[in-house]
Design a protein around this ligand. Structure first.
Ligand SMILES: C[S@@+](CC[C@H](N)C(=O)[O-])C[C@H]1O[C@@H](n2cnc3c(N)ncnc32)[C@H](O)[C@@H]1O
Length: 491
């Protein structure tokens, strides 16, 4: 794309963006719209999400002296947004390429954006400009609910901390590397070999340029579907990290090449994350480590218990860490990090460390305290649930009534949210023989989901009973008292 290829009437901004520009709240912008007849009229968007011409808004703010000057990096973002619309990944890849090449002719991004990018780079560095844009992209995706497209900085930091020191010469691999946030967050700045694959060409392009322009050396990214067309068949990495996409089920048996096999057992179609886990594990060298970012539900879903059992029996699972609520990019559901290792030929099956950081501040990484850790024996894990939920085990070793009670409440919240997710959407069926009308597979899957919801309900009931008993005991013997924020029952 060039400046002249598409008519460009100027970037559009949302109400929230105007608030950020002017340094006021979103409510203040709504007030300006209501009270000032000369406030710019919407130039696009819908009634509930109007968009305004950035230039008109800036002029209005200047006259009213309500705003401060828009920072150059905010202007750059807005120009790119105006030019590329929703395709900000293409915007990032194009401007990074133009900034890297430094050529004047045939630029991909709009010249006005390139001029601003260069102005910013002159004040700091091209790497800083590119990192700033990556941060803004992650932030905008977070606000639009796209945890599937980026790894949040909080999760990237947690993985970096858990991976610890990574020696120079190590090979690191991420089979769903996106814009490279996770890959670039582990190990020393230079001296490691970083490899990745992503199905999205724009992400792959940007990740490569990002690594180069920020001085992290070379990032080898293959574009393509990792699960169906592995671009790294011979790669055996010392450290594998992966925050898999949550949409899409596991590929069916027929779609996977016969020699790829499933080392730990064939995942059901509903267990896409366990298919990703096995793909990542297949690329982990003997003695190597794997860190998987997992939705909390994968720790206890019934369909995955056989594979979870294989991880315990094989001495592969090292620890499961429940991250603080709010660690993910776009939702407050808990997220776990599974730490695995590929044992050398001779191995012993050891206890698995369960770490519960759910009560910590998501913005500050802190090493777990002793009461946030439980070492669980394989025998205890290998019951009929093979549940990897840390709160389940850390609760058991907590001494205090209060902390145990809080754990139970958190666990209940998490499971109740999951229960709401797994109940399948159903529509009016119009009579008998539903299976043949809606398709046998769809029918079977819906029934399976209902069955899983039933099991989840039983677990919820069990946890609720435990919490009620603790609350009764604690209130009776004075070890617990009402907290400050208890809303009381609805009348
Ligand atoms: C949660 S994001 C991970 C982001 C990445 N860890 C990062 O640091 O930017 C999931 C990524 O998986 C990619 N993806 C989805 N399906 C894929 C597939 N079949 N093969 C390879 N990548 C895929 C998406 O494009 C997205 O970039």
């Amino acid at each position: 794309m060039t400046d002249t290829a598409v008519p460009w009437s100027g970037p559009l901004v949302t109400g929230s963006e105007i608030a950020r520009l002017a340094g006021v709240t979103r409510a203040a912008v709504s007030n300006w719209r209501r009270r000032h007849a000369d406030f710019p009229s919407p130039a696009g968007g819908g009634v509930s999400s109007p968009l305004f011409e950035l230039g008109e808004v800036q002029d209005w703010l200047k006259v009213r002296r309500k705003g401060r000057d828009m920072s150059v990096d905010a202007q750059l973002w807005q120009i790119l947004r105006g030019f590329y619309g929703g395709d900000m990944l293409a915007a990032l890849a194009d401007i990074a390429a133009d900034l890297a090449e430094g050529q004047e002719e045939r630029t991909k991004s709009p010249r006005s954006a390139l001029a601003l990018g260069r102005r910013l780079a002159a004040q700091s560095s091209v790497g800083d400009v590119v990192e700033g844009l990556a941060g803004r992209y992650a932030d905008s995706v977070r606000r639009t609910g796209g945890s599937d497209r980026v790894t949040s900085p909080r999760i990237a930091r947690a993985v970096g901390q858990l991976a610890g020191e990574v020696a120079e010469g190590t090979t690191v691999f991420d089979p769903a590397c996106g814009i490279g946030t996770l890959l670039l967050s582990v190990g020393p700045v230079r001296g490691v070999r970083r490899c990745g694959q992503d199905v999205d060409d724009r992400s792959a392009r940007f990740a490569r340029l990002r690594a180069n322009l920020t001085g992290r050396g070379r990032l080898d990214v293959v574009t393509g579907d990792s699960m169906r067309s592995d671009g790294w068949t011979d790669l055996s990495a010392d450290l594998v990290i992966c925050d898999p996409p949550n949409a899409g089920a596991a590929p069916g048996r027929a779609e996977v090449p016969p020699d790829s096999g499933w080392e730990l057992g064939t995942p059901s179609r509903a267990e896409g994350e366990l298919a990703w886990l096995q793909h990542a594990y297949a690329h982990t060298a003997p003695g190597g480590r794997l860190f998987m970012v997992m939705p909390a539900s994968v720790a206890h879903r019934k369909a995955g218990r056989r594979i979870r059992g294989a991880l315990v029996r094989g001495g592969i699972l090292v620890q499961v860490v429940a991250l603080p609520a709010g660690s993910a990019a776009s939702h407050s559901l808990p997220v776990h990090i599974w730490h695995l290792r590929r044992p050398h030929a001779a191995h012993t099956v050891a206890d698995v460390r369960m770490v519960d950081l759910t009560g910590n501040d998501p913005d500050t990484w802190a090493e777990p305290c002793p009461d946030q850790v439980a070492d669980v024996s394989p025998d205890e894990l290998l019951d009929d649930m093979v549940d990897f939920t840390p709160t389940r085990y850390v609760t058991g070793v907590r001494a205090g009534h209060q902390s145990e009670y809080e754990q139970l409440r958190r666990d209940l919240r998490e499971r109740a949210a999951w229960l709401a997710e797994i109940l399948p959407p159903l529509v009016a069926g119009g009579g008998s023989d539903a299976a043949s009308r809606c398709g046998r597979r769809g029918h079977r899957e819906a029934l399976r989901a209902v069955h899983e919801a039933e099991e989840q309900m039983e677990r919820l009931a069990e946890l609720t009973r435990k919490a009620v008993t603790l609350a009764r005991e604690g209130l009776a013997n004075g070890s617990l008292k009402p907290g400050d924020q208890h809303p009381g029952p609805a009348s």
